[in-house]
Design a protein around this ligand. Structure first.
Ligand code: GLN
Length: 184
């Protein structure tokens, strides 16, 4: 029952920690490469992807996370998904290249257009998902689509890595975290 790391440079860290606590998994904040050493997986939370990208590079975490991801699973939510992609659609956000997908940032509009929707299809059908300035993503092989909203992919898996356009750490539904922990 080893700890799960949560990237803690910026963004929505406490809600992920609460979700892990509900599932009985210890959580550990990750600020620097050494923090990656004894964790079983890493969560990249939502936040602001241009800021997160700069902070990753400033703390030498970008290459360290790419190396970590060769053997252990990552879960990226919203801005975390943008960072995990192979094409962020924005020159200011360097892609980590862990999910072969192309992103359109802020696809669903601005903060005031945030909404909660019931997901369709796949593993997380019926989940009430919060979309907060969420990105859109292209999903084709080797990505597996885990959930859609209005026909668009909003949760995907590639190997042991999972990316969500929405915020699975908000609300009561633990299915996304549980699913990802099972891949570890
Ligand atoms: N719109 C933000 C970005 O592009 C992501 C929003 C979020 O993580 N909730 O960085």
């Amino acid at each position: 029952n080893s700890a799960i790391g949560i990237l803690a440079l910026q963004g929505n860290v406490p809600a992920h920690a609460r979700m892990l606590a509900r599932l009985g998994r210890p959580a550990r904040p990750v600020h620097r490469p050494a923090d990656l050493e004894d964790i079983a997986g890493l969560i990249l939370p939502g936040g602001e992807s241009t800021t997160l990208s700069q902070l990753l590079q400033g703390n030498d975490l970008d290459q360290a996370i790419i190396d970590f991801a060769r053997h252990r699973p990552l879960l990226g939510t919203c801005a975390g998904l943008i960072l995990m992609s192979s094409d962020t659609g924005d020159a200011r956000v360097a892609p980590l290249g862990l999910l072969e997908t192309q992103i359109t940032r802020n696809h669903y509009g601005r903060q005031r257009e945030s909404f909660i929707a019931t997901l369709e299809g796949g593993s997380f059908a019926g989940l009430r998902a919060a979309f907060i300035r969420a990105p859109a993503l292209r999903a084709r092989a080797p990505l597996e689509v885990l959930a859609t909203h209005r026909g668009l992919p909003v949760a995907v898996r590639q190997g042991r890595h999972v990316g969500c356009a929405f915020h699975p750490e908000l609300g009561q539904d633990t299915r996304v975290h549980e699913y990802w922990l099972d891949l570890a």
